[in-house]
Design a protein around this ligand. Structure first.
Ligand SMILES: NC(=O)c1ccc[n+]([C@@H]2O[C@H](COP(=O)([O-])OP(=O)(O)OC[C@H]3O[C@@H](n4cnc5c(N)ncnc54)[C@H](OP(=O)(O)O)[C@@H]3O)[C@@H](O)[C@H]2O)c1
Length: 210
């Protein structure tokens, strides 16, 4: 199973929960030192060792490179959890010039899912499908989607608006995944993880944290 943003917060907690169920994990992280610390604290799956994969999910070229690395590790993937996310309080651009929250929370995960689909299909069975999980947020219900603004200055307009639009996009894309995966042994879910006191919330939403 693979988890993006597994170096901290909900991604790290997900890694521990899945490892306790004896899953073998690919920890996809942009900081491999942090990733190695998480990996070393995980219980063993009893089978193959957990691996750290360097991945900046906001960089589409890096997503392509990391997907090749992951497919070299395994041709069968039972789950991909697209968890990596950022809460930006200013507009930033990804290496491809895309709005960074959108690139991180939506596009990178979408491309990674697409590239890893053959491995998900290979692992899934009709009675036990592989899982594609998109971590979004209930915060998205407060944001209308304006397609014209997703790539523009939306993140500058008001704190977190860009992020919420991105999270809503992930939910909409999940429906498209549902259509695309019809007849394949893979199921796609978009979910809200519940509110968790993570570093991301503490640094980006201090009032909410309080
Ligand atoms: N916490 C909540 O209450 C809450 C509520 C609703 C939804 N969510 C969603 O849950 C997910 C995880 O949130 P969290 O609270 O655990 O946040 P967090 O504590 O900030 O952790 C985010 C993780 O994503 C990683 N990440 C960020 N940008 C990345 C990139 N470009 N490439 C690869 N990894 C990247 C971070 O890596 P670094 O360690 O390198 O920074 C970190 O491991 C997010 O999608 C968030 O929107 C959280």
């Amino acid at each position: 199973m693979a988890i993006t943003g597994a170096s901290g917060g909900i991604g790290e907690a997900t890694a521990h929960a899945l490892a306790r169920l004896r899953a073998t994990l690919l920890l996809c992280v942009r900081d491999t030192e942090k990733g190695a610390r998480v990996r070393d604290a995980l219980p063993s799956s009893g089978g193959a060792a957990h691996q750290v994969v360097r991945l900046d999910v906001s960089d589409l070229d890096d997503v392509r490179r990391a997907a090749d690395v992951m497919l070299a590790h395994t041709t069968r993937l039972y789950a991909l959890v697209n968890n990596a996310g950022v809460l930006l309080d200013r507009s930033e651009r990804s290496p491809q010039g895309l709005e960074r929250a959108f690139a991180t929370n939506v596009l990178g995960g979408f491309l990674l899912s697409h590239l890893l689909l053959p491995a998900l299909v290979a692992a899934g069975r009709p009675e036990d499908p592989a899982r594609l999980v998109h971590v979004s947020s209930g915060g998205m219900y407060t944001q209308r989607i304006d397609l014209e603004k997703l790539q523009g200055r939306v993140a500058q307009l008001r704190r977190c608006r860009g992020l919420r639009a991105a999270q809503a996009s992930a939910v909409i894309l999940n429906r498209l995944w549902g259509e695309r995966l019809r007849g394949l042994p893979v199921e796609s879910y978009a979910m809200h993880p519940g509110w968790a006191r993570t570093k991301g919330v503490a640094t980006s939403l201090p009032r909410f944290e309080r």
